[in-house]
Design a protein around this ligand. Structure first.
Ligand code: 13P
Length: 251
């Protein structure tokens, strides 16, 4: 059956020294008190090569927050999936709403990124989610179904390697969280789409994380839902006590 996962997304926070200190502190905390779920930290590119050797990979996986949609070559400033993998990172967040809205990442671009990540043995954490106006117009199901087009061209075998994260944009960094019912409803809908496309077994094995103002105080009730398999955590991943509080929701 599918895994429970708590993944942190550091976004554009922490310089190198601060990031190393945060990773060390988290590693110490989770070595002393082992988690009951998979734990991943996704950091800015420049941290990856320094962070992977200092965390116990049996306890903490490391990932990037993005990768290029091209293999290699004259793409100034870009970082390829192969480069990410060469640091020892095992995961990559793709399709985060901030990448979609601020950097124009489309369904087609994301399809390329997902393929390149998989070709380099990285596990994509593929994000989907609607903005507030779409939720108010009750269009959230349509929106996530359209976003899934980037990963629904994968073979069943490859689809089985990805993690999904449902992040309602109106809940990201706002302090507004989806209610456990809202999260369960849309996670169950997302899983039903996977059943239609790939069948029950693939759907049952797919971890679907919730993201958006997830905190120690609300993680337990969100994760208690049958179709919510953990969280993708922004702000609360920047402090070990908060992040561990969310990880401990699985205890
Ligand atoms: P917050 O937890 O800060 O709302 O961010 C969620 C997120 O965007 C994780 O990818």
């Amino acid at each position: 059956m599918r895994k429970n996962i708590v993944a942190g997304n550091w976004k554009m926070n922490k310089n190198l020294q601060e990031g190393i200190a945060l990773a060390k502190e988290l590693n110490e905390a989770l070595t002393a008190d082992k988690p009951n779920c998979d734990v991943v930290i996704c950091t800015p590119f420049i941290h990856l090569a320094s962070v992977t050797p200092i965390v116990d990979e049996a306890i903490i996986g490391v990932g990037a927050e993005n990768c290029a949609d091209k293999v290699s070559g004259a793409y100034t400033g870009e970082v390829s999936a192969e480069m990410v993998a060469s640091t020892g990172a095992k995961y990559v967040i793709l399709g985060h709403s901030e990448r979609r809205s601020y950097y124009g990442e489309t369904v087609e671009i994301l399809e390329e990124k997902v393929k390149l990540a998989l070709a380099n043995n990285l596990t994509p954490i593929f994000c989907i989610g609607e903005v507030l106006e779409e939720r108010q117009a009750e269009k959230q199901n349509e929106v996530v179904a359209a976003q899934l087009a980037s990963v629904f061209t994968l073979s069943a075998e490859d689809f089985g390697k990805i993690i999904l994260a449902y992040e309602p944009v109106w809940a990201i960094g706002t302090g507004l969280t989806a209610t456990p019912e809202q999260a369960q409803d849309i996670h169950a809908y997302i899983r039903s789409l996977i059943v239609e496309k790939y069948g029950q077994e693939v759907a049952d094995n797919c971890s679907i994380l919730y993201g958006g103002s997830c905190k120690p105080s609300n993680a337990k009730e969100l994760f208690a839902n049958p179709d919510v398999d953990g969280g993708l955590i922004g702000g609360a991943a920047l402090k070990v006590s908060d992040f561990k509080g969310i990880i401990d929701a699985f205890k």
